[in-house]
Design a binder for this molecule. Structure first.
Ligand SMILES: N[C@@H](CCC(=O)N[C@@H](CS)C(=O)NCC(=O)O)C(=O)O
Length: 207
């Protein structure tokens, strides 16, 4: 199996973490790629050129949730992704993914030149994120013992990692201390810390 990724893609980060939890790191070749380059090896498999992309023989899988579910199945350990039917968990995953999608859109906007940025979009993103953070602050509890690894929790800490990395909401740790304590419990885990976004891996083409 080959997983195409970029070091700072949060969606690919989730897949790398699930691959590790599923005990599949020996069976997956990780290939770091650049986005939006005509020679990207991803384009040979998928015209959209997005990561993460998992190729296993003839199977070409995109979408982090599908890839993680596939890795769950291959690993044969306790599943990380909620099965359809466990609808509350599926709904929680969807909300976490919506949060991540919004943080990603926001992080793209701040990477545009100041004159290209939309003040309106930035304001909407800030308000939307503060609503979600307030919700999380009232609903998450910092884990006691080993933090539970679910697709929802992985998605949430990945989104919060982006918020920190791009300094999108500089005051968030003071304003939402429960979320901060929750995130710290996850980022203390070596395999989570290892996959945090990295300034050296920033690609100027990905805006
Ligand atoms: N919904 C997709 C989102 C994947 C996605 O947006 N990937 C970004 C990188 S974080 C990408 O490849 N974008 C292509 C581009 O920017 O050209 C998933 O869950 O995997």
């Amino acid at each position: 199996m080959k997983l195409y990724y970029t070091p700072n893609s949060p969606y690919a980060r989730m897949c790398r973490i699930v691959a590790e939890l599923a005990g599949l790191t020996d069976q997956i070749e990780l290939e770091a790629v650049k986005l939006r380059t005509p020679d990207s090896p991803v384009l040979a498999h998928a015209p959209m050129g997005r990561v993460p992309l998992l190729v296993d023989g003839e199977l070409v899988l995109s979408e982090a949730r599908h890839i993680c579910a596939y890795l769950d199945e291959k690993g044969g350990k306790s599943p990380i992704v909620a099965p359809y039917g466990v609808w509350r968990a599926v709904a929680a995953e969807a909300e976490a993914l919506a949060f991540l999608d919004a943080v990603v859109v926001w992080s793209r906007e701040v990477r545009r030149t100041e004159e290209d940025q939309s003040a309106f979009l930035l304001e909407v993103a800030d308000e939307q994120m503060r609503r979600e953070m307030m919700h999380l602050n009232g609903n998450l509890s910092p884990p006691v013992g080993d933090p539970p690894m679910t697709f929802e929790s992985i998605c949430l800490f990945t989104a919060l990692g982006m918020l920190d990395f791009y300094e999108l909401m500089p005051d968030w740790r003071d304003t939402f201390p429960t979320v901060a304590a929750w995130l710290d419990a996850y980022e203390a885990l070596p395999f989570v810390a290892r996959t945090l976004p990295d300034a050296a891996a920033m690609n100027p083409l990905t805006r």
